[in-house]
Design a protein. Structure first.
Lengths: 429, 429
């Protein structure tokens, strides 16, 4: 066991998931088992921003029910952020501030749940601490619906976003099948900025030719308008309707986002290119080239926060990652991210945790293997089904209130008094 | 008991719901109890189009599991349509064709699940049959997520669309709350063309000031840009983020759809005004007037076909409506629509069925009572909560496959050989 004794702080970063709070729940409940090591268990408001701006709260004062409730509460109960720290060599201010806050509150353990940017942050904090002689431990917890982190078989959050999205497109498929005489085509926009894991995951809904999604488009496979028109026409010829999963990060052969192809579409009101307009672009192509009515839908953040139909396997694994991070830290391990390790397939699927270097994870990205899609690149293969099936097993239980709706937790966030004696205003507009 | 003996046909019309198949299940299972009256139980492909084009199938040949499975299958398993019959005085062709098909197949009972257009169709068929001396019975089954049918306390399909939508916006709310430092405002577009029942229903998710939706906009209350900007600013001032339920049919004081206010937004690619762009219009206002980042999301048909989180009360009541329609017909009642009658409130809520004249239903519309919204018109009142709560109770069971996803039914549709000896091509493009 590590001899290092002090407070620990937990933080969440990047886009929320249905299960990132389950990781926090696992970490907090595990940390409570070692009062001789973790003297206080703190949370940071909105990720690294909460540390920079010294907005901390005491998770030890939360009612046990609230901590337990995190297991079935979506999004990021501590608060999240998209604040990106500059490189250490470029600007040390932020990093030095972090160490300053850690020192002031005797924070010796830092747990960060997030994607590769967060692992990069975590890694740099580690390095600066070592450099400046501040004794501390930092461990990352894999999180991202996009499933694009390297060194882990899959990411907590991924199973749930696919379970929900595949179900939603299955239901949209039933709807389009019923209404094809009026609304013939449906294009559904699926999250996934650089990797097609989620869009491909919706392919799980297709058990027969008639089932949606009939066509899937992902960022890794260049989108060719002519092929698209031909593929849609083929589906219409065979069954009379068509449902399309369009990955928001779809690109053409030049690597340009399809969402930037349109006129006013694809730009936000400030004129910035914005992902998320891809369904409307495809609708434009369909209505001009095929001349049938097309609906578009964009489930947005509802995709990643759909706790009401989350994967129980995913929840359990996310919890396990939080636990494992604390266990590793208690053993004195630092500079690592907890990974998920698949052992066995199908009915023999079992998952344990492993550890990967933060710096390696920070610089890696994992794309959908080409063999997970068929030759045409629009349907999934058995290899994808085999990979995906265990991750969708079970439905996470959710408490339902007297009003018939889910009951989720909001933390009380008992504030810690600031101790650094100076203001800092990172990320303030 | 009616002495009229013959075949019956069931048909579905208009936008699907999570529970319209449960009504068909109730009707079929009930009809099977009277083999001495209903000699054959048929389905029509895509509503009235299936009758006009003589595309009929034998529901009596479906495996019992398929019929039972309709109880938990969303959309419209028989197929639906948006085909609107002209007025009897203008064009009798379609109506005469319907009677021709009925005669050819000895169809003496017609059950039509739909909204007011469908009840109008049903009524006119009744009248023409009587006029031409063809002995038959027609009974309508209330269906619409919009909940805008008159003479019924609520419509099958409404409870489920609200249960799911309220949950989705609750989850989007948790997401926005977590991410407010990056994405501060979320506008979610909610179905409901002329009535604000569903958008108002999402208000059920708001148990405290911090909970989404913070602002609700419905067609019945004129939208005023200045008030909107002021309301959003007020919410931001108090909690720093804001989630908005935007009814797709929102109108301004002149009764013009807000979705038609935009430039390229609000029109489809043929230049037709199209509902469904309202969220982008609101985003435009927010980003130009308040200058904070705003997300939009549009769940589209996923709203109305979300069987995976449907209201059990709704499923049971939809089933009961199907049963009641067949019972009424077996008693010789014709020209009526089955309604839902509320008896008791809160824990004493009980629901039975009643009957209303088809012609009365066809010409009525039911808007959200003004007292169901607060004075400002942006939040629901206790009166709405009291009305809504019983309709959201229970979660409909769904069968989950080995792949971790719901298993829904697709009917085999054993075709009936055409008997009229002539082609008809209603609704063909």
């Amino acid at each position: 066991m590590a001899s290092l004794k002090g407070n620990c702080v937990l933080a969440q970063s990047g886009g929320p998931t249905a299960v990132i709070n389950a990781s926090i729940c696992g970490a907090v409940q595990e940390a409570m088992r070692y009062p001789e090591i973790f003297t206080g268990i703190y949370g940071a408001d909105n990720g690294i921003l909460g540390i920079l701006n010294e907005k901390l709260f005491d998770l030890g004062q939360e009612p046990a029910d609230n901590i337990e409730g995190l297991k079935s509460t979506p999004a990021a109960a501590l608060g999240s952020c998209r604040y990106k720290l500059k490189d250490l060599t470029q600007s040390r201010d932020d990093y030095e501030r972090i160490i300053e806050v850690f020192k002031a509150h005797n924070i010796r353990y830092f747990f960060y749940a997030g994607g590769n940017d967060s692992m990069d942050t975590c890694d740099k904090i580690c390095k600066l601490a070592r450099e400046t002689g501040y004794d501390m431990i930092a461990v990352g917890i894999a999180k991202t619906i996009d499933n694009d982190l390297a060194f882990t078989d899959h990411c907590p959050g991924f199973g749930s976003v696919v379970k929900y999205n595949a179900t939603a497109i299955m239901e949209a498929g039933k709807d389009t099948e019923a209404m094809y005489t009026a609304d013939t085509i449906t294009v559904q926009e699926i999250m996934g900025r650089n990797a097609g894991w989620i869009a491909a995951g919706t392919g799980m809904a297709r058990r027969s030719y008639e089932d949606a999604p009939h066509l899937i488009y992902i960022p890794e496979i260049p989108f060719v308008v002519e092929n698209f028109v031909q593929d849609v026409k083929e589906v219409l010829k065979r069954i009379g309707y068509c449902v399309i999963s369009a990955g928001e990060g779809m690109k053409n052969a030049e690597g340009k986002y399809i969402s930037e192809m349109g006129g006013s579409f694809g730009k936000d009101s400030f004129g910035h290119a914005q992902l998320g307009g891809v369904a409307d672009i495809l609708r434009g192509i369909i209505e001009s080239e095929i001349k049938v009515k097309c609906r578009t839908q964009k489930l947005g953040t509802c995709q990643r926060s759909a706790m009401h139909f989350a994967s129980l396997t995913d929840v359990n694994e996310a919890y396990m990652c939080g636990q494992a991070a604390v266990k590793a830290a208690a053993e004195g391990i630092s500079g690592k991210m907890v990974t998920l390790v698949r052992e066995g397939d199908g009915a023999n699927y079992r998952c344990t945790t492993g550890l990967a270097d933060l710096s390696a994870v920070a610089n890696g990205e994992k794309y959908l293997p080409r063999e997970f899609m068929d030759e045409r690149g629009t349907s999934i293969t058995d290899a994808m089904r085999k990979y995906m099936t265990p991750l969708l097993q079970g439905e996470a239980p959710v408490r339902i209130g007297d009003d018939g709706l889910p009951v989720y937790v909001r933390l009380q966030k008992h504030r810690l008094a600031p101790k650094t004696g100076r203001e800092y205003s990172a990320g303030k507009k």
